[in-house]
Design a protein around this ligand. Structure first.
Ligand SMILES: Nc1ncnc2c1ncn2[C@@H]1O[C@H](COP(=O)(O)OP(=O)(O)OP(=O)(O)O)[C@@H](O)[C@H]1O
Ligand SMILES: O=P(O)(O)O[C@H]1[C@H](O)[C@@H](O)[C@H](OP(=O)(O)O)[C@@H](OP(=O)(O)O)[C@H]1O
Ligand SMILES: [Mg+2]
Ligand SMILES: [Mg+2]
Length: 324
């Protein structure tokens, strides 16, 4: 099969003809790269948009669903396989172990905490956080012992693509935390002027966009409010922060060299090529950044120019394999 072999040249003639017949809408002369995908139907809808399929098809790239119930060796042949499921037969892009690392909100940020980036363009760190695995009644003590300050963002420990794993709360006091479901991560809330930077990484390309985020919490809020409050997925909402009339000092993008260094290091340390990083800048500072979330294969369909970035990425992947 074609997973580790060269593109169409490795096929027997009969096999080649059969494969080309199955490629609806792709002229045989340009059909060169078959990308197998094993994605949830939600992910398929957000990623495989008509415009992208058209553009890729014009450049000889075709997408074929991987049938998870059949051995991969009976399918394809594929040049590239993309997936967002741990599936033992398919270890192509990216390694399941490396993806697994991002399915836990504690391990996902460990590499960022260990980074030693030069700080000429700013510092990058992570908020203080604590994992609570069981016995919610001991939470207030554990929080005090860990020296965590309210407000706290409460996040499910495991991120598995379900809506529940994106159900987040903001806690204004420690006592109310006892009623929440474990295992969870308690992360210090960092005031950041209500703007978040989503840094998308596709191989060596990076693309950064602004998104709306949670507003700052003041000392006055803290003295008046108590309890835990569920909050919606602010940064994924349809309204874009890109066109909004934002305070330039808050909305100014992080320096490009800082993001490039961060992306390069994370790509190497995580061993992943398709992910995004949520970055905020602490309010009142010019250069103190926090990474609060890393997502494997996020909503790339919302990344500007994703069709071109992915098409180039796939072409580069295949070309470098040839060179090797
Ligand atoms: N430590 C923090 N300080 C300030 N705001 C935060 C913090 N953590 C999360 N937020 C806010 O909550 C939002 C959701 O948090 P997070 O990105 O961790 O959740 P998620 O469910 O993994 O989101 P995504 O849809 O990006 O996967 C962030 O986009 C940001 O607006
Ligand atoms: O487009 P951004 O703002 O980056 O948000 C993404 C999240 O970060 C991803 O975690 C979502 O994917 P999962 O729901 O599979 O985790 C992803 O789901 P999607 O691919 O269905 O759009 C998005 O919600
Ligand atoms: Mg996020
Ligand atoms: Mg996330």
């Amino acid at each position: 099969m074609k997973l580790s072999g060269a593109i169409s040249h490795s096929r027997a003639d009969g096999e080649k003809e059969e494969a080309e017949e199955a490629r609806v809408g792709v002229p045989p002369a340009v059909a060169k790269i078959v990308v197998g995908y094993a994605l949830t139907s939600k992910k398929k809808k957000s990623f495989l948009q008509a415009k992208f399929i058209r553009l890729a098809s014009n450049k000889g790239i075709e997408f074929v669903a991987v049938d998870l119930k059949r051995p991969l060796s009976e399918q394809g042949p594929f040049d590239i396989v993309i997936h967002k499921r741990v599936h033992p037969e398919v270890i192509v892009l990216d390694p399941p172990d490396a993806i697994e690392h991002l399915r836990n909100r504690q391990s996902m940020l460990e590499e960022v905490a260990d980074l030693k980036l030069p700080d000429c363009y700013g510092r990058v760190c992570i908020p203080r956080q604590l994992v609570i695995s069981n016995n919610p009644t001991s939470i207030p003590d554990e929080v005090t012992k860990a020296g965590l300050k309210v407000p706290l963002v409460v996040k499910p420990l495991v991120v598995d693509g379900s809506a529940k794993s994106h159900e987040l709360f903001l806690a204004y006091d420690q006592c109310s935390l006892a009623k929440l479901e474990t295992p969870m991560v308690l992360q210090e809330f960092v005031n950041h002027g209500g703007i978040l930077f989503k840094v998308y990484i596709v191989g060596e390309s990076i693309k950064v966009v602004r998104r709306f985020s949670l507003p700052d919490v003041t000392q006055c809020d803290l003295s008046k409010i108590s309890g835990v409050f569920r909050f919606p997925r602010v940064s994924s909402s349809a309204a874009s922060a890109e066109g909004a009339n934002l305070d330039p000092t808050i909305a100014e993008l992080p320096p490009r060299p800082l993001l490039e260094g961060l992306a390069r290091e994370l790509r190497l340390r995580l061993g992943l090529r398709l992910f995004n990083v949520d970055v905020i800048r602490q309010n009142g500072t010019k250069d103190l950044y926090y990474v609060i979330d890393i997502n494997y294969f996020p909503g790339f369909g919302k990344m500007p120019e994703y069709e071109h970035i992915f098409t180039d990425f796939f072409l580069d992947l295949v070309q470098s394999k040839y060179k090797q």
